[in-house]
Design a binder for this molecule. Structure first.
Ligand code: CP
Ligand code: NVA
Length: 306
């Protein structure tokens, strides 16, 4: 049996995203109206976490339960994954007992190996390289707040990490532009992202320049999970890459601010910005739930009539 996986943003087409965003809006509306939507009744999601999480665990676990299914949580500490059981063997066993797997881990290659051996769809819940579920929710949030993202400009200020890489892929699939500004040594490697061209991004040495005219300004922690040993060096290198009121001031008048969270006020963003009127971070976090419900349903049932 063939099935789809969601391992990086470019795994889906623009038409599929159009469907997913519309479906997420429909599912959200039903949720807000306390109208049960049990499209995944009796289905089981296994969630594997090799890194910490609040939002990803919550949104997947609540999401599958609200769709009528069940979630099982596994982590490296108390499963055989942490004791070196091969990924192939783990994938064989896990995928015989569930309908869907979500994994958060370190290397993207691990997720790819898991998917290759799995009998059920696999979702990337964050790797060192990508965080597609977050950008799925972020674009859904932008559309909800400001309409179509096509032709718009997103400013990425900070580390060229998993979130930045995913924004770069999203820009190509959905036809918008990303302005990236990162400190020297922490910049993008577009050649590693499987992009068709460099038409959808531009790099800037000065973060203020990157923010000029942007419709969405976004950032992330200076030190991602797995890179904690570099924390002190990163604090020095990133000192000027804090999204502040001045940066928001040069963005488009209607610009929104997003952050995947968790955030460090006073490091990558000021409290004034993240807690200010342009910030949509709480809607963004909530939308993980709705967008991933649409994603899980799509992977298991395909497109549904509305
Ligand atoms: N944004 C995000 O993925 O949050 P968690 O690390 O809490 O899951
Ligand atoms: N870039 C961050 C995102 C956390 C949700 C990390 O990988 O730790």
């Amino acid at each position: 049996m063939t099935h789809r996986h969601y391992l990086q943003f470019k795994d889906f087409s623009r038409a599929e995203y159009d469907y997913l965003f519309a479906r997420a809006a429909f599912i959200k509306q039903k949720f807000k109206g306390y109208d049960p939507h049990r499209s995944l009744f009796d289905r089981t999601l296994v969630m594997i976490f090799e890194k910490a999480s609040t939002r990803t665990r919550l949104s997947f676990e609540a999401g599958i339960q609200q769709l009528g299914g069940t979630a099982i949580y596994l982590n490296t500490r108390d499963s055989q994954l942490g004791r070196g059981e091969p990924v192939y063997d783990s994938a064989q066993v896990i995928s015989r007992m569930c309908d869907l797997i979500m994994i958060r881990t370190f290397e993207q290659t691990m997720v790819e190996q898991l998917a290759a051996a799995s009998r059920v769809p696999v979702i990337n819940g964050l790797t060192n390289e990508y965080h597609p579920c977050q950008v799925l929710a972020d674009v859904f949030t932008f559309i909800e707040q400001r309409g179509a993202i096509q032709g718009k400009t997103v400013a990425w200020v900070g580390d060229a990490n998993n979130m930045c890489n995913t924004w770069l892929q999203a820009a190509e699939v959905l036809d918008f532009k990303v302005h990236v500004s990162s400190p020297e040594g922490y910049g993008i490697h577009p050649d590693r992202l499987g992009l068709a061209s460099s038409a959808h991004f531009e790099t800037f040495a000065d973060p203020m320049e990157a923010c000029k005219g942007a419709h969405l300004v976004t950032t992330d922690v200076w030190t991602s999970m797995g890179f904690e040993a570099e924390n002190e060096a990163r604090k020095k290198a990133f000192a000027d890459w804090c999204v502040d009121e001045e940066m928001m001031g040069v963005a488009n008048r209607d610009a929104v601010f997003m952050h995947c969270l968790p955030a460090h006020r006073g490091e990558e963003v000021t409290a004034g910005v993240i807690d200010g009127p342009q910030s949509v971070v709480w809607d963004e976090a909530e939308n993980r739930l709705h967008a991933q419900k649409a994603l899980m349903e799509f992977l298991l049932l395909g497109q549904q009539p509305q």
